[in-house]
Design a protein. Structure first.
Length: 257
């Protein structure tokens, strides 16, 4: 196989959660440009419609599904609708996530459950459903979990986000455990650990400490609108067919200092 062919994704279907903006939309664009029919899901119909318009303007085939993955009961209908529209799911990108800042001793119960429901429970329930109904019977598939460098450290500077850090560490080990179980089905399970990217989730922190974050990052920059594209295409394509249970830190080197 020629190297260029290893990265082609024509005819494949990619389901991206939290795909209406930020990192999810960036990854949807990358997969779409390589030939995928992308299915993006999020809670807000208006944001999904705007994102789909951007993707279609680039010649990307895009389908939108409104779904609130905070609710476990939303998982099966999401998969039902995706399979009805597209017939298959070749690539699953578990990107949707939440965070909440508070000191550990005062951390609200509702905040802990919100973060864990979206960052840990939803990726497992969705991977289980997609695997059981599509990838395992077809003996092929790519699952990409979006973790974070927050899952590699106890804290990131002054952030008081114990649930987020815990959930992203769980995402990394979930990736390893699922990869070990599903390798026999030729399903690759890997993770991406982004560092700091400007987004709605990180806006408050970066407004206050953006320059500090940059100063402590070896490459002296934040991630931008292109920096996850290569990583997600690599992990979704045949170029990574002999790689599973691993994570890629895309963070400008922030996790090594």
């Amino acid at each position: 196989m020629r190297v260029r062919e290893m990265f082609e994704l024509g005819g494949q279907v990619a389901l991206i959660t939290g795909g209406s903006r930020g990192l999810g939309l960036q990854m949807a664009q990358a997969l779409g440009e390589m030939g995928c029919h992308v299915v993006i899901t999020a809670r807000k119909a208006d944001e999904l419609a705007e994102a789909a318009g951007q993707l279609r303007a680039l010649g990307i085939k895009a389908t939108t599904i409104v779904s609130d993955l905070q609710r476990a009961e939303a998982v099966k209908p999401l998969v039902d609708e995706t399979l009805a529209a597209c017939g298959q799911i070749d690539i699953l990108v578990n990107n949707a996530g939440a965070t909440w800042g508070a000191p550990a001793e005062d951390y609200p119960d509702e905040a802990w459950h919100k973060v864990m429901n979206l960052n840990v429970n939803a990726p497992f329930f969705l991977a289980r459903e997609v695997g059981k109904r599509g990838m395992i019977p077809r003996r092929r598939g790519k699952i990409i979990n979006v973790a974070s460098i927050a899952g590699l450290k106890g804290s990131l500077g002054p952030m008081q986000t114990i649930a987020y850090n815990t959930s992203k560490a769980a995402a990394i080990h979930f990736t390893r455990a699922l990869a070990a179980e599903w390798g026999k089905y030729d399903i690759n399970v890997n993770a991406i650990c982004p560092g700091f990217f400007p987004s709605k989730m990180s806006a408050g922190l970066l407004d206050k400490l953006g320059q500090v974050v940059i100063d402590y990052t070896p490459l002296r920059r934040l991630g931008d609108d292109d920096d996850l594209k290569g990583a997600v295409v690599f992990l979704a394509s045949q170029a990574s067919r002999h790689m599973t249970g691993q994570y890629l830190a895309v963070d400008g080197g922030a996790s090594i200092v």
